[in-house]
Design a binder for this molecule. Structure first.
Ligand SMILES: Cc1cc2nc3c(=O)[nH]c(=O)nc-3n(C[C@H](O)[C@H](O)[C@H](O)COP(=O)(O)OP(=O)(O)OC[C@H]3O[C@@H](n4cnc5c(N)ncnc54)[C@H](O)[C@@H]3O)c2cc1C
Length: 536
């Protein structure tokens, strides 16, 4: 029987990112994906700032920056009555070229459709020799024996069945996760929020033909209220996606009147080349737990978010970054017996936080359903109405574009492997981010004089940072770590801004870049601290 340290089920972005993360940490894994991996109707388009920080760590950020989405394409979000109608409001989101990174990160949000991002992740995963990806291969069943997980997989081309013994099984098998169902793990949340319709089409020079200034995301609001968003997916190949925000749930791709929808969006009959159609269910749900025994779940398998806020895949990538270093620590023999359990404790609240905010963003659309009879009128009343509703749309619906706090501000406050320091937590607000190195938080970015970001210090090992020449040596911490075979490096940072933001002379940062402990002196019990942060 073939043995693998980790079997990953699902080659969507989350499974691919886990394979990449494990390979990068030197852990061998096998990923099985039942499809051939090609993407006809991509869902995800926005790779957020935190995911870009992980891409920077993995050395693939340039590939994402250089994806075919033009770097000089304005990414504005625009509210219109229709493409040939009135522009009601515009949220400037400048092109990558010429825009500065976020103040709190060396990276910025990148528009990169899943049809480009998944292959970048796939190549990253395959760049480690211990990673094997098998397409057209399905997990049929599994049994957790306590010492390993016996998995039956089938090659869908040949029908050949194989039993694999995995040290750990990770289900990145999407919203309908059979692995989650088999484990009997329930989902909680608001449930189904709607049945949007996706229509993909090609329309060369679309914006020029309708006379609208460049943007990426258009929201259409007419007499019938806010009903659709239309975004450019691939400007070079003129591929667009029209999303009818909701339908009655009874439609099929065949029954949808596509031409009527494009006519409503454009404001006149308009010919396009139809590429594809999908109808999906908008859900807001999170799993009650993310693991059982030797089986773990990540991505849509444990959280199904409204895409408002672009947090679905991005939250899933955060899951596998948390899980990846823990699986590596156990494989390498220094992870303690409680380390893997901390995955669910740390990540489940983050999934719950994401579903709550993103469903709020979606529900804000609901305020713009009724009372729009005059919105398209070329009258004094129509003009007054538009002048009032535009800023309101930007303020309310526009919240889904102002999410830097949501992206970077998640933290593991109640984790058993974090050592609290008794300080007050900064507010957790989706729109604003306050940098903090309170244990549990993402260790903050500060631009260093030599051009590095503080984030560049965090990779495969724990990092003990000493701020300034007066900081204690920290050798007792290092000895304690070594006594437990915990990989640790010491970095001295002479930077007043970083010292002030990190708030202590010594800060211990985990391999995933979250603060595990901080203090102004070496603790009396360094081995206890090390044991706690390694899940001992
Ligand atoms: C309209 C829309 C827009 C979105 N935009 C964004 C965005 O901008 N940013 C963002 O972060 N998120 C976005 N999302 C969400 C994002 O697309 C999902 O969160 C993401 O695709 C989930 O990735 P995943 O790998 O967890 O699951 P999936 O992509 O669903 O992949 C699961 C994979 O598992 C495979 N599988 C299942 N069972 C088996 C089995 N037994 N054996 C083998 N393989 C199996 C499936 O074939 C599938 O390929 C959007 C979603 C929608 C609907």
């Amino acid at each position: 029987m073939r043995k693998v340290p980790v079997l990953i089920v699902g080659g969507g972005p989350v499974g691919l990112a886990l394979a990449g993360e494990l390979g990068w940490r030197g852990v061998s894994c096998l990923l099985v994906e039942q499809t051939d991996g090609s993407i006809v109707t991509p869902k995800m388009n926005e790779v957020n700032v935190r995911t870009m920080e992980f891409c920077r760590r993995w050395g693939i950020a340039d590939k994402v920056h250089n994806c075919p989405f033009p770097r000089d394409h304005a990414r504005d979000a625009v509210f219109v009555t229709s493409f040939t109608g009135y522009e009601l409001g515009r949220i400037p989101r400048p092109a990558v070229v010429g825009s500065k990174p976020e103040q709190w990160s060396p990276m910025r949000l990148q528009t990169c459709s899943q049809m480009w991002f998944d292959p970048i992740l796939r190549d990253f995963a395959l760049s480690s020799k211990g990673v094997e990806l098998r397409y057209r291969t399905r997990l049929e069943n599994f049994k957790d024996l306590g010492t390993g997980v016996t998995c039956e997989i089938v090659d869908l081309e040949t029908g050949k069945r194989e039993t694999v013994e995995a040290g750990y099984l990770v289900g990145c098998d999407g919203a309908t996760s059979a692995i989650r169902n088999e484990l009997g793990i329930g989902l909680t949340g608001q449930g189904v929020l709607g049945h949007p319709v996706h229509l993909f089409f090609r329309a060369p020079d679309f914006l020029k033909r309708v006379g609208k200034a460049e943007g990426t995301f258009f929201l259409a609001i007419d007499k019938g209220g806010l009903w659709a968003n239309i975004r450019v997916v691939d400007p070079v190949n003129a591929m667009w996606r029209l999303m009818m925000i909701d339908s009655d749930g009874k439609q099929t791709p065949e029954s949808i009147d596509r031409n009527a929808l494009i006519e409503r969006a454009v404001g006149k009959p308009f010919s396009v080349e139809w590429v594809g159609c999908s109808i999906w269910t908008r859900r807001s749900l999170v799993a009650e737990q993310y693991s059982k025994g030797r089986v773990f779940l990540a991505g849509d398998a444990v959280h199904q978010l409204s895409p408002t806020g672009a947090m679905g895949m991005n939250t899933g990538i955060g899951d596998v970054v948390d899980l990846g270093w823990k699986l590596a620590a156990v494989a390498q023999g220094w992870g303690g017996p409680n380390l893997l359990e901390s995955y669910s404790v740390e990540r489940q609240p983050i999934g719950a936080r994401a579903i709550n905010h993103t469903s709020e963003f979606h529900l804000s659309h609901g305020k713009f359903h009724d009372g729009f009879a005059t919105i398209e009128d070329d009258t004094e009343e129509g003009r007054t109405f538009r002048a009032e509703i535009g800023p309101e749309l930007v303020r309310e619906v526009g919240r889904m574009f102002r999410t830097i706090g949501l992206q970077l501000g998640y933290r593991y406050d109640d984790s058993p492997i974090i050592v609290p320091d008794g300080t007050e937590a900064v507010p957790d607000d989706p729109e604003t981010f306050i940098a903090s190195a309170r244990p549990g938080a993402r260790a903050p970015h500060v631009a260093l004089a030599d051009g590095r970001s503080m984030l560049d210090l965090y990779a495969r090992d724990y990092v003990l940072i000493r701020f300034g020449y007066k900081a204690p040596e920290g050798s007792e911490m290092v000895e304690a770590a070594k006594s437990r075979r915990v990989p640790i490096v010491v970095q001295r940072i002479d930077d007043a801004e970083a010292a002030s933001i990190y708030g202590a002379s010594l800060v211990l940062v985990r391999p995933d870049g979250h603060v595990a402990w901080r203090g102004d002196s070496v603790p009396n019990n360094p081995v206890e601290i090390i044991d706690r942060v390694r899940g001992g």
